[in-house]
Write a protein that binds this ligand. Structure first.
Ligand SMILES: [Zn+2]
Length: 66
């Protein structure tokens, strides 16, 4: 889903293999992680792979260990 005037992609938690981060941190999570679920939708950033997350300088969450 892309909002008008906003190119950012929103996360779909139902898609397997998607990782979720917050624009306010440098951690990425499994969508099932309780911390991922605490990220407000407007602060979510989606990664299609671990490589993609790490390329954006995100590090694995210490709780869900993606
Ligand atoms: Zn996590």
């Amino acid at each position: 889903m892309v909002l008008p005037g906003n190119s950012r992609v929103f996360c779909f938690f139902s898609i397997p293999g998607v990782y979720v981060g917050s624009i306010n941190s440098n951690k990425y999570h499994y969508p099932s992680c309780r911390y991922a679920r605490q990220i407000k939708p407007e602060n979510q950033i989606c990664f299609n792979s671990i490589d993609e997350a790490q390329a954006a300088n995100y590090v694995p969450c210490g709780s869900c260990k993606p």
